[in-house]
Design a binder for this molecule. Structure first.
Ligand SMILES: Nc1ncnc2c1ncn2[C@@H]1O[C@H](COP(=O)(O)OP(=O)(O)OP(=O)(O)O)[C@@H](O)[C@H]1O
Length: 204
């Protein structure tokens, strides 16, 4: 089963991915931030580096998704390929950091890739308001993320809200992280596990 954890920057995807992989004793797939060749340059000059960064993420998430789906095992993935496309790249195009021709090239490649992968079996969306995201980004203290403008997070959150409406309800779980603390509260984590178990038992 392929479970993808979706959500804005700082929503807690990495933590939940690791907790679920430990609980289900299965693989977790992350995106390395330290080895990303463009990310810190991107945050200093978005128009210059947007196309490079988006191609990098698209390539890496595509390979990751293929690997997950070919394995046929339980895997928890920290962010889906679709978020890069429908949230991040779309936002960069809307804000003119990606030109029309670069965006078209990117979308053509994505549409071709789509023919070779499926949607995750279950998408878990971590919904958060801006204050919560800002405080979690501050807390983890990655240097290049400290200057992220609030408007950037707001634009991403607005696109998340649109995109999540397009995900079929039967393979979507929404967790409101304003009222759920899966890291510190074992009951909250157990509730998520119970829902996943019930989702899985309905599939088999
Ligand atoms: N397609 C993308 N375009 C631009 N930036 C991206 C893209 N995908 C990820 N990032 C950035 O890469 C960094 C790491 O993202 P990652 O997927 O590890 O999640 P995260 O935002 O750290 O989430 P969490 O706190 O929920 O674990 C963040 O700064 C994020 O904004």
């Amino acid at each position: 089963m392929h479970i993808a954890i979706a959500g804005n920057i700082g929503s807690g995807k990495t933590t939940l991915t690791q907790l679920l992989a430990n609980h289900f004793n299965c693989n977790a797939e992350f995106e390395s931030v330290e080895n990303n060749p463009y990310l810190s340059d991107f945050y200093t000059d978005m128009p210059k580096w947007a196309f490079h960064l988006e191609l990098h993420f698209l390539n890496s998430r595509f390979r990751q998704t293929r690997r997950i789906q070919q394995s046929n095992e339980w895997v928890v993935q920290d962010r889906s390929i679709d978020e890069g496309v429908h949230i991040f790249a779309k936002n960069l195009f809307d804000s003119k950091c990606l030109s029309k021709r670069d965006y078209n090239t990117y979308m053509t490649l994505y549409n071709f890739m789509l023919e070779q992968i499926n949607s995750p079996d279950l998408l878990i969306y971590l919904k958060a308001d801006i204050d919560k995201l800002v405080s979690q980004i501050k807390m983890r203290n990655r240097s290049f993320e400290q200057e992220i403008p609030v408007t950037y997070l707001e634009n991403l959150n607005a696109l998340y809200a649109e995109w999540i409406n397009t995900v079929p309800k039967e393979r979507l779980m929404v967790i409101d992280i304003q009222s759920t603390d899966f890291k510190e509260n074992p009951n909250d984590f157990e509730n998520i596990v119970t829902k996943i178990d019930s989702f899985h038992s309905q599939r088999v």
